[in-house]
Design a protein around this ligand. Structure first.
Ligand code: OGA
Ligand code: NI
Length: 354
């Protein structure tokens, strides 16, 4: 019997099932038309993305414009970083004061995840509120912590994040178009973005049927652009029947999912879908999500163009910065209460027993 810290053990109902359902039908979308001067081709692409957002909340993209060499260098640098001793990695550890850096004790829904992460903010400095208290105007400035090894890490990271950000803006434009809005409708929210790039490392796990790499969760961001390797393990809650289905790795594709903010902006037309990561006892797994987030000052609420008497607003407005400040607190310890979720701002759920 292997000894595993009880903090990792999932409650029975959350444990992965031995039989994995391979996802049939998660859309694979070719983005080549985005640079086309043919407006009908761009409109058709936007419509395809809209359908994917409505049906799955998840899709994969190819011909996305991120150079393969750039991605491979980032993946290789990530492997080299995580292969170091824990002592080395802890030199760039993050903590409650500075939530940017290496971390091996993350909790999702208060159970410990079987993974290590290394976070970097896109913009330096990234400004966020110092506390969730509504009247506290103090902010903190976040800076990245660069590792000593591998030596070219920072250079590789900087090249990669520029490419990923371009892709995120393209997707934002297509999603806006798909909602019948001007392509640049959501763009300004991201001018002082609080986005971050995360390196995920899921070590081999001796109890893959009891633990999860990341427990079931929804991404609390605008949208996520994720590179996964060829191991597999990402599972998405299928909207049609609630079944967990696996997103099959597609070489050089990116996995895109709608986050909580697009759910609110679209007034629930596009839902942020629950997903999780299973681990295995044979191979380490690596992934690199980019969480595309707006400025901390953003007041998030359904877009006025999408609200009318037939489609009343489903959310009361909230401040994005205060939301993340509240969430950050819960990432470090097992709390005995649910952490803050967007349904807490849902008007229809006000009387629900969440
Ligand atoms: C996440 C996440 C998926 C993966 O980090 O939020 O869902 O495949 N990751 O690593
Ligand atoms: Ni996620």
């Amino acid at each position: 019997m292997v000894e595993v810290d009880a903090a990792f053990i999932q409650a029975l109902e959350h444990r992965p099932k031995p039989a994995v359902v391979e996802a049939e039908g998660i859309p694979l979308i070719d983005l080549s038309a985005i640079n086309s001067s043919d407006s009908a081709a761009v409109a058709a692409l936007a419509a395809e993305i809209g359908r994917a957002c409505e049906t799955w909340g998840f899709f994969q993209v190819i011909n996305h414009g991120v150079p393969l060499a750039c991605r491979e260098k980032m993946e290789s640098a990530s492997r080299k970083f995580f292969a170091q001793s824990l002592d080395e990695k802890l030199k760039v550890r993050r903590d409650e004061k500075n939530p940017v850096g290496y971390h091996d004790g993350e909790h999702t829904k208060n159970v410990r995840d079987w993974k290590e992460v290394y976070d970097f903010v896109r913009k330096v400095p990234t400004i966020i509120p110092a506390s969730p208290e509504p009247d506290d105007r103090e902010v903190v400035l976040l800076h990245n912590q660069w590792p000593n090894y591998p030596p070219n890490f920072r250079e590789v990271w900087e090249e990669y994040v520029v490419e990923i950000e371009k892709l995120a803006y393209k997707l934002l434009e297509l999603i806006s178009l798909s909602l019948g809005l001007p392509g640049n409708r959501l763009k300004n929210f991201f001018d002082d973005q609080t986005s971050f790039l995360r390196l995920n490392y899921y070590p081999r796990c001796p109890v893959p049927d009891l633990a999860l790499g990341v427990g079931g969760h929804k991404d609390a961001d605008g949208l996520t652009v994720l590179a996964q390797d060829d191991v597999g393990g990402l599972e998405v809650r299928r909207k049609s029947d609630g079944e967990w289905v696996r997103v099959k790795p597609t070489p050089n594709a990116y996995i895109i999912n709608v986050g909580d903010l697009i759910q609110v902006w679209s007034n629930d037309r596009y839902e942020s879908v629950e997903h999780r990561v299973t681990v295995n006892s044979e191979r380490d797994r690596f992934s690199i999500p980019f969480f595309f987030n707006p400025a901390h000052t953003t007041v998030v609420e359904p877009l006025e163009e999408l609200v009318d008497e037939h489609r009343p607003s489903k959310y009361r407005d909230f401040n994005w910065g205060k939301f993340i400040a509240a969430r950050n607190l819960s990432n470090y310890k097992k709390l005995h209460v649910d952490n803050l979720q967007i349904y807490h701002f849902s008007l229809s759920a006000l009387n629900d027993l969440h």
